[in-house]
Design a protein around this ligand. Sequence first.
Ligand code: CTP
Ligand code: CA
Length: 229
Amino acid sequence: PASGVAEPDLVGRHVVISAGGTREPLDPVRFLGNRSSGKQGYALARTAVARGARVTLVSANTALADPAGVDLVRVGTALQLREAVLKAAADADAVVMAAAVADFRPAEYAGGKIKKKDGQEPAPVTLVRNPDILAEISADRAREGQVVVGFAAETDDVLANGRSKLLRKGCDLLVVNEVGEAKTFGSEENEAVILSSDGSELAVPYGPKESLADVIWDQVAPRLAARRA
Ligand code: CTP
Ligand code: CA
C-alpha cells in the first residue's frame, strides 16, 4: 500500500514457503544443484510476517540472513524438502513452493569420494526422478481450502509453458518467470506473470522481489477468505 504499512490480511493464517535450491549428493563432496538463491522465497517470508502470518520457511541451501519471526527449517535434498513441507503443510492455510527442486537425483550415492583413474573414462551418472512435491500438495490439500502456489522458471514459450504447467500441477496460482543467464537467479529484481486456475492472468512489472512477494500475497489473501467463509 501507498502508506508503506502492510495490511494485516494474513493474521491468524499459517503459511508455508519453500525457498532456495535443492542439492542432490553424488558423493560426500559433490552434488547436483541449481542456481536458485532463495531471495524470492525469503522476500515472501518477510512480507508474510509483515502481513501478520505465522510463517514456516523451508530453506534449501541458501546463504541469506534468517528472517525475523519465522519458523526456519533447513533442508538439503528434494526428499528432505518434501518431508519438511508436507509436515508443515498439515495445518497450513497456504503453501508457496518458491524453491527450485531437483527433478532428478543420482541413483546411487558413493559413500566415499569418487576418484579418477589414469586412462579411464568417467562412469556415467544414472539419475532417478524425484517426487513432484507441488503436484502432491495440490492433489492432497491437507487442510480444506488450502491455497497452493507454484513457481515456474521458463526460458522459452514462457506463457504457453506456464499455462500447461498450472494445469498439470493442479495448483491455484502459478508465478511464471522468464529466466536466462543474467535474469532472475541471484538478482534482486524479478518480473513475472501470475496465472490463476480461474483463468485470470496478472503481469507484474520488473521490480524488487519484495514487491512481487506482496503482489503474490495480494492474490492469495482473498482466496483464503473466500474459502474459509
Ligand atoms: N516442484 C516440486 N517438486 C519437484 C519439481 C518442482 O514441487 N520435484 C515445484 C517447484 O517448487 C515449482 C514448480 O514445481 O513451484 C514448478 O517447477 P518447474 O521446475 O518449473 O516444473 P517442472 O514440473 O519440474 O517442469 P520442468 O520439466 O519444466 O522442469
Ligand atoms: Ca523442474
